[in-house]
Design a binder for this molecule. Sequence first.
Ligand code: BES
Ligand code: MN
Ligand code: ZN
Length: 495
Amino acid sequence: MLKLLSGEILKIKTECIVVPVCEDEEIHADPALIHLIENAKKIKEFNGEKDDSVMLFEPSESKAERILFIGIGKLDKINAEVLRSFAGKTIKQLIPKELSEIIICAPSPEKLHLTEEVVLGAIFEGAFLGNHIFDKYKKDKKRKPLKTVSVFTDSKTAKSQRLLASRIQTVCRGTILAREWVSMPPNEKQPERLVRSMVKAAEKEDLSFTILDEKALKQNGMGAILAVGSGSRSKPRLLILDYNPFKNRKAPKTKKTFVLVGKGVTFDSGGINLKPSGSLDEMKMDMSGAASVAATLITLARLKHKFRVVGVLPVVENMPSGEATRPGDIIKTYSGKTVEIGNTDAEGRLILIDAMSYAIKMFKPDVMIDMATLTGACIIALGEKIAGVFSTDEPLVKDIVASGEATAERCWPMPMPEDYKPLLKSEFADINNMSSTRWGGAITAALFLSEFVEDTRWAHIDIAGPAYSKKSGDYCGAGGTGFGVRLLIDFLTKI
Ligand code: BES
Ligand code: MN
Ligand code: ZN
């Protein structure tokens, strides 16, 4: 749990006070803290260099059991992400000590040239996210998360920030929800089960939902979703989560509807174009887009967001079998257009086009964003920490990139060149799901999607790189990162 504290720091009883220390400038304003830091810097091995730390036990000046000083480097390098990382690493360092409650002292926003909301928000986020432990599948749960993390500020406006802690906590709970779905093993989250789990979480909030099962998908002519799901024993689903704050009230003057579409491949074996065994186990993360969108919808409901947002989630398992779709098959999509299956491993774009055509028809969105672990090529282009944004709508790209900056869920604009479109030509059908060249694979995937969105304002975010991490980070454990939840919430709440 997160709390905001102010008052006299030395008089507070606590298991541990954590003080971030800057290497070259004083970043605190509270004289008591400044004095503590002066003394700490007298210790030879500590001067506030990044990741240096020193712990004092039973300090005479304070009622705390311990004071932990942690270096966060030079002033000109300190930004929101440095604070998130500092807070996350702090928690990870203290969990093995079996503490249950700590206080982190926030630096003075003025001295960092940041706003108070950014400074407190970043520390809250790093602490809350760093405190998450995914040990559901371990017999011995050795590590216990801290019960309470308080952030101390001596600021006069602390009162106006009281809501901040609870807001950040709500958003971070969304990130953690997405992380857990992504990290869940694929034998526990086949389409039916994953959808049930998402509905169970959504039912507790002010969200309505619709599930299209195999029969309904057939009736609706969703040939692309069905084709991808045909090889698996667990049949595909289309889940619709609808957050509509105007449902029971008088119609407002401006009634915007946003649609979020998320790729939900619970395991991507590649299908008949079977993937090599290298890191096939990681393909349980191929439903990260759906996880982030579902968690975003749930978070929006908890935040009582101001306009309607609909999540449209095609959920399938891509498996080889006697019933699986073959390379060379031609399918008819919901839009009526036919697609030649050049490669059964290019399955994400197939399920997305049926979901997007359906969303456009049913909800007539003002803006539609799809989030998908769509291509390995996007990881080649931007690495494992940055998502690609594809759209011809420049203001939309600008807003998404700005939210990426604010949340450190970074997004980078990618091109959608018209003259690459012929690479998707099919001799036999309206389009091929596979480009005739392997180069520019993230771009040709986005261009394939664009053929099905007509004139809707739309952006595609390829999160293949940042959705999952084999190694743990500063405020994220190994596995699903929950990338996209904080990004989308920031984007939607700034509209
Ligand atoms: N799910 C993969 C993309 C992916 C790769 C996500 C690595 C995360 C990590 C996607 O379905 C896929 O297989 N894409 C192919 C497309 C190709 C067959 C045109 C790819 O990127 O190789
Ligand atoms: Mn694939
Ligand atoms: Zn995939």
